[in-house]
Design a protein. Sequence first.
Length: 266
Amino acid sequence: MLRAATWLAQGSGAPAGRGVTSDLSIDEALLLHSIGWEPVELVFGVAVTSVPTGVWTWGRGEISSASDAHNLAVQTASEKLGHECAAVGGYGVVGVRVSVEVRPHHVDVALTGTAVRPVGKKALVGRPFVSDLSARDFVLLSSSGWYPLGLAFGASFIYAPRRAAGAAIRQSGQNIELTNLTEALYSARESAMERMQASGLAMTAQGVVAVKITEGPMSFARHVIGFTAWGTAVHLEADSHVYLKPDMVLPLDDAVVQFDAQSLRG
């Protein structure tokens, strides 16, 4: 992927230095320019971490090694994404697409986004930000005085206790809550959300926005409930929050909806 993006940027007809490779739409690129920013390069971050053999068998409580493997994979991939961003002169990455696959023996994480920077600014001193906000949301956030810091994330995998054989037989013909699954999901949720919040606080964030979650039994271990959460940690850079006044925009290129008058029958 990196070689392909490099080839696109250095193809014939590129301006002096190198061209820009971006997965942003034209509208998003123009929005970035409206606040003095520009896309730089398509960047990537990938990490695969191992999960010890045998951890998905029956047990009680949290599968800490799986939770740690997930969090380590996301953190490592995010750091690599930031390093690539800094290498091409970016100040941060927007529109990050997060792909996470939890497998029996490893966790695969792939992050892809567009490095951006203020027009005409010199190399960044410090660490670039990583954000899964779209370029449009980044522009709105910046205009309000806020700044993204990085991806905040957390995951937890919990064993769902077995039901007693007698209870399983009695409940087989009833509509009844499976409290073992409910309690496991609540436990996984609380742990994952706490870890995501702790991840944001470690970056001195004042909040986490655009949070996305996944939850449910694992496909290869139905007795394990997993819960993952991630979003963009943000910090108020301005003296106070700037309230934006929305503008009414009427597009002029709406497709005309046509219909056959013959279909209007009483």
